[in-house]
Design a protein around this ligand. Structure first.
Ligand code: NI
Length: 390
């Protein structure tokens, strides 16, 4: 059998496994039972296991029959504080927690890859590291795993990972060189004015009016200061201020998020925004402060890793299996591994219109076409082979 056939033969087992994870979702850094299950399966396939990495992470190490490079395959394992509304036999059994981003499918595909590679360990010219990462949803897991040393001993040369995509049909995999997912940054703005009677505005400095101007002026950062050939998103998601309908507010606080793909555009945003915040507020006799936190870099695929990855996909699925994915404004902390070693992140198609599986990540009725599981397993395993055989 070739790898594709071996993966297809695992399909039922993988579906059962994914359903177990789906029934037992756990929140970020609380993936205790999830981790135990992963350990159990890795050990059953005679893979060296390091448990409780960064708390709830798990690392598997598979040394091949021949010496060579080290390639890591990464899957995230946490769920979300969302209540599932799907009426399926494998519905979440934990009230208010759901695998609504499909990380159950990622760890299942990664375990499938571990099974496939373990069965062919003599043929592997190098070492494969399986990184089961907690807490992706809160942007903390990858950082914690890297700090715990997952890219060291043995030192990882390159990394592959995947996220499901409800926009790509099951049976296909999105792969591209360059940007794929956005950098995620976090902003907080404080505007201080002087309070007063709502009927006597000239004796006060209205922080609400200043905040309104700031928000509108900030729209020009994207429209006037970012090239038409680049992109950026500047969003404020919360605004709080004021105490009563007839009192002029002395304080407004806003929080927001910024998304970019090009690191050069990203670098410019804090200063551009700060200029507008401070000068707009000053003109209105208020005082504005902006704090801008670089939370996560963009997922930018190394061109050579993407080319190798594309070959792996084509070997498993044929030419039509590898598709060009759309960029997404969502973020992924896989990008932090890519800051350390060359990496490529795939979008595993899980869409199936005939089955009504079309809903977006984090929706209460999010689901995946489970026929994608063996595909994910085969593509990850083949990627390891392709890379190590170079
Ligand atoms: Ni996700």
């Amino acid at each position: 059998m070739n790898l594709r056939e071996e993966a297809q033969a695992l399909s039922d087992e993988l579906i059962e496994l994914r359903r177990w994870f789906h029934r037992h979702p756990e929140l970020s850094f609380k993936e205790f039972e999830t981790g135990k299950k992963i350990v159990e399966i890795l050990k059953a396939h005679d893979i060296e296991v390091i448990e409780k990495v960064a708390g709830t992470g798990v690392v598997g190490i598979l040394k091949g029959g021949r010496p060579g490079k080290v390639v890591a395959l990464r899957g995230d394992i946490d769920a979300l504080p969302i209540t599932e509304i799907n009426e399926v036999s494998y519905k979440s059994t934990v009230e208010g927690v759901m695998h609504a981003c499909g990380h159950d499918s990622h760890m299942t595909a990664l375990l499938g890859a571990a099974m496939l590679l373990s069965a062919r360990r003599d043929e592997i010219p190098g070492t494969v590291k399986f990184i089961f990462q907690p807490a992706e949803e809160i942007n903390q897991g990858a950082r914690a795993m890297i700090e715990a040393g997952v890219l060291k001993n043995p030192d990882v040369d390159a990394i592959y990972g995947l996220h499901n995509s409800p926009n790509i049909p099951a049976g296909r995999v999105g792969v591209k060189a360059g940007p794929l997912m956005a950098a995620v940054d976090t902003t907080r703005m404080k505007i201080h004015g002087v309070s007063g009677h709502g009927a006597v505005p000239h004796k006060a400095n209205d922080a609400i009016v200043a905040a309104s101007s700031v928000i509108m002026n900030l729209q020009t950062v994207v429209s006037r200061k970012v090239s038409a050939f680049e992109s950026a998103v500047v969003t404020f998601g919360t605004i709080h201020g004021g105490v009563a309908n007839n009192v002029i507010s002395e304080y407004v606080e806003l929080t927001g998020t910024c998304r970019t793909y090009n690191p050069e555009v990203r670098e410019k945003l804090p200063q551009l925004m700060e200029n507008i915040v401070t000068s707009t507020c000053e003109a209105l006799e208020c005082r504005g402060e902006l704090s801008y936190e670089f939370t996560l870099p963009a997922v930018i695929n190394d061109p050579e890793m993407a080319a190798i990855g594309r070959e792996a996909i084509v070997k498993v699925l044929g030419e039509e299996g590898a598709v060009m994915p759309e960029l997404t404004g969502g973020g992924e902390d896989f990008s932090l591994y890519q800051q350390e070693v060359p990496g490529c992140f795939y979008f595993l198609g899980v869409r199936n219109e005939a089955l009504g599986i079309v809903n977006e990540w984090h929706a209460q009725n999010f689901n995946i076409d489970e026929s994608a599981l063996w595909v994910g397993a085969a593509v990850l395993a083949q990627s390891a082979f392709e890379y190590l055989n170079r």
